[in-house]
Design a protein around this ligand. Structure first.
Ligand code: CA
Length: 229
């Protein structure tokens, strides 16, 4: 998988439904992990934080509602969008689903196309660069679809690693990223890369961003990492 590919956790106890969902999400370019039970889902969320969770309501053991409640009650996982799937259509269930903090709610049987659209819509908010959105920060524009970056209207030459670094920064301007977090996001956690490599590529990114003068928008935060702005 490419490291900036958005990751989706599918939590569904029916094997056929789980596989159809996973298959379609993979076809859309997502990296998919699967859980059959609520316990397994909670474990996976802790071990390898996904970008979004598609969560069945009715699960054996820990229910989807409880999984959602726990995900939304922890600061580290609260920001992960949760789309709840349910076979029940009663209004009362809908309300309860939303009260647990679910970001969206889809009633079974659902159209896969509709569900994919909802997944993308949630990710447009939380991982805009990863779903091909155009990102803007001051005079910098990054088009994830065409892989073009401009500053003050002029095209910038950027290597693929610098592009992913910039996309990560531009999704959350002001957020301070540690070197380890940048390694996970930009290089992928399966590859061993020395944290000093991050510094090297930050240097290249800075050079690229300032190739037609303009101030350096990347901020070094002593003892913490880097941020855009
Ligand atoms: Ca179920």
């Amino acid at each position: 998988m490419s490291p900036d590919q958005p990751t989706v956790l599918v939590v569904e106890d029916e094997p056929a439904q789980r596989e159809v969902l996973a298959y379609n999400l993979e076809a859309e370019g997502f990296a998919v992990s699967r859980a059959e039970t609520g316990d397994e889902a909670l474990l996976l969320v802790r071990e390898d934080t996904p970008d979004i969770i598609v969560l069945d309501w009715m699960l054996p053991g820990v229910s989807g509602i409880e999984v959602c409640r726990q995900v939304k009650s922890r600061a580290e996982t609260r920001g992960i969008p949760v789309i709840m799937l349910s076979a029940r259509s009663e209004e009362v269930d809908r309300v309860r689903g939303l009260e647990t903090g679910a970001d969206d709610y889809v009633i079974k049987p659902y159209s896969v196309i509709e569900l994919m659209a909802r997944v993308r819509s949630q990710l447009r908010r939380t991982r805009p660069g990863a779903v091909g959105e155009r990102l803007e920060y001051e005079d910098i524009i990054l088009d994830a679809e065409t892989h073009r970056v401009t500053r003050d209207g002029r095209a910038l030459k950027l290597g693929p690693t610098e592009f992913r670094l910039l996309s990560t920064f531009m999704e959350k301007p002001g957020r301070v990223w540690s070197r380890e977090q940048l390694l996970d996001r930009v290089w992928g956690r399966d590859i061993y890369v020395d944290t000093r490599t991050v510094d090297v590529h930050i240097g290249r990114l800075r050079k690229a961003l300032c190739q037609y003068d303009g101030s350096d928008p990347v901020r070094t935060v002593r003892g913490a990492g880097y941020a855009l702005g």
